[in-house]
Design a protein. Structure first.
Length: 483
């Protein structure tokens, strides 16, 4: 982490008027907490220069006991959301974890003193008080020791949230009042947090480490091939249409990987993807996913059916040939159609209309290319972004079809705890808008071990050796950075 200098004026310093607003709101929040015994939140939002590296500033300021969060999609108007600290933590598990998280965020929002968004029409998405975090793949996923401190549902209202999009940037400061803490102490605590921020650059990965990293599959590769073969047998027998099976590879390094350096490399290599880092004092979960689970903006919802994969080539002619083969592959088209149909069926009961493209398009990222069908919906009622995520998760792109047959079969065949792999990572605001991506092309960093995950959709025509080879291609998103 970078060396901090003495606090002073800088691009993150709150103007006097913002400090006054924060102190006034802290006093009102403290009074409510004393009178009604409720946790209440004081918040203030200010503009920032849009050329700051928000993720680098947050990651440089994090302390050993801090939770932190970064989510970037550089090619989408330079979108970046970076958050530090914990004003409130929402955790849940079980089949209602999405609904419970949405309910608790809604309840906290009722007792929040914050700026009126209507007074800042140019603000970017996710400006103001925002909940950040995500959800495990399974309702009780992440019980393995390496996932401890990331609950199956975990949303944080951070003390600092910095966001940029389309040339506009904002910082929101939040402080929670509970008990009898004096209003002045609340405001001082929030301002001390702000004073820790400095402009920073992202650290770089060591291009030539002295000691080498040892890479090994958590289970023999033959275990994955056998799982694929057993799945194909069940599909051929008519038990299900599709199932997604994953494998885990571990990179044992001489030193703990720096999540900031990994995230910095990912956003450079995969600028069209959702590049994220979810951190606790014990671990960091990082990745670069091409797949949107859901985005809600008022009554409008967007998602994408993404399935079917092939590699990229440095030779443009070969790359185009691979793309054409993917577009005309019966196996990949079938896999993609299963995902698209199920997403549309899921959205129809809560929507006035659902529309999707007639033909899948190509999505090309650094090392692979996919088939993808964008899907839009006009919601019949204002269903929260978190609840929409729970409605769609897991899509057949990461689970299977039929869902109730595939989901119990996945852990039996895989033999691993997916944790947050193939879960959801994202944010939601006080209006219950937000967006979540599917947590793919990712790694769990804990101590000196990086656990990488890669999965494939298995259908009737799947060949075990080919599916294993495809997981190796997908692992190349992160493995070169960690090994």
């Amino acid at each position: 982490m970078s060396t901090r200098t003495a606090p002073g004026p800088g691009p993150f310093a709150l103007p006097r008027v913002a400090r006054d607003r924060l102190e006034d709101r802290a006093a009102r929040a403290a009074e409510l907490a004393r009178r009604d015994g409720r946790r209440s939140i004081a918040a203030v939002t200010v503009a920032l220069p849009a050329d700051l590296d928000l993720s680098a500033a947050v990651l440089a300021a994090r302390g050993p006991r801090d939770r932190f969060f970064c989510l970037e999609q550089p090619e989408r108007g330079g979108f970046a959301l970076a958050a530090l600290g914990t004003a409130a933590l929402i955790e849940a598990r079980g089949p209602r974890r999405f609904a419970q998280a949405a309910e608790r965020a809604r309840e906290l929002g009722r007792w929040m003193f914050a700026d009126d968004p209507a007074e800042d029409p140019a603000r970017p998405p996710a400006a103001g008080p925002v909940f950040v975090g995500g959800f495990a793949f399974a309702e009780d996923g992440g019980t393995a020791p390496e996932w401890s401190s990331l609950a199956p549902a975990s949303l944080v209202l951070p003390e600092l949230a910095l966001v940029r999009h389309g040339g506009e940037a904002r910082m929101t400061v939040c402080v929670a009042a509970e008990g009898d803490e004096a209003p002045g102490a609340l405001a001082a605590r929030a301002l001390e947090r702000v004073d820790q921020l400095r402009p920073a650059g992202m650290p770089l990965l060591d291009p030539d480490p002295v000691e080498r990293t040892r890479v090994a599959s958590a289970a023999p590769p033959s275990h994955y091939e056998q799982a694929v073969e057993r799945a194909v047998e069940r599909i051929s027998g008519g038990e299900l249409e599709k199932i997604v099976l994953a494998r885990e590879v571990r990179a044992h390094a001489p030193r703990s990987p720096d999540p900031a350096a990994v995230l910095g490399a990912l956003r450079e290599i995969f600028p069209a993807c959702y590049c994220w880092c979810v951190g606790t004092p014990e671990l960091a979960f990082v990745g670069a996913s091409p797949e949107l689970l859901v985005r809600r903006d008022g009554q409008r919802a967007q998602t994408v059916a993404l399935a079917g994969t092939t590699r990229r080539s440095a030779d443009p002619a070969v790359d185009d040939h691979l793309a054409e083969r993917l577009l005309h592959s019966a196996k990949d088209r079938e896999e993609q159609a299963i995902v698209s149909r199920q997403i549309e069926r899921t959205l129809e009961p809560v929507s006035l209309w659902v529309a999707s493209a007639d033909e899948p398009a190509l999505v090309r990222v650094h090392n692979v290319q996919h088939l993808a069908t964008p899907i839009r919906a006009q919601l019949a009622e204002p269903l929260a972004a978190v609840e929409l995520a729970g409605l769609l998760h897991p899509t057949p792109a990461v689970g299977g079809e039929p869902r109730d047959v595939a989901l119990p079969l996945i852990p039996a065949l895989e033999g691993l705890d997916r944790g947050w792999y193939a879960g959801a990572v994202g944010w939601t605001d006080l209006s219950e808008d937000g967006e979540f991506c599917v947590a793919l092309r990712c790694a769990l960093l804990r101590d000196r071990v990086a656990r990488l995950y890669s999965g494939n959709g298995i259908v009737r025509d799947s060949v075990a050796a080919e599916e294993l080879a495809e997981t190796e291609v997908k692992l190349q998103a992160l493995l070169p950075l960690l090994a």
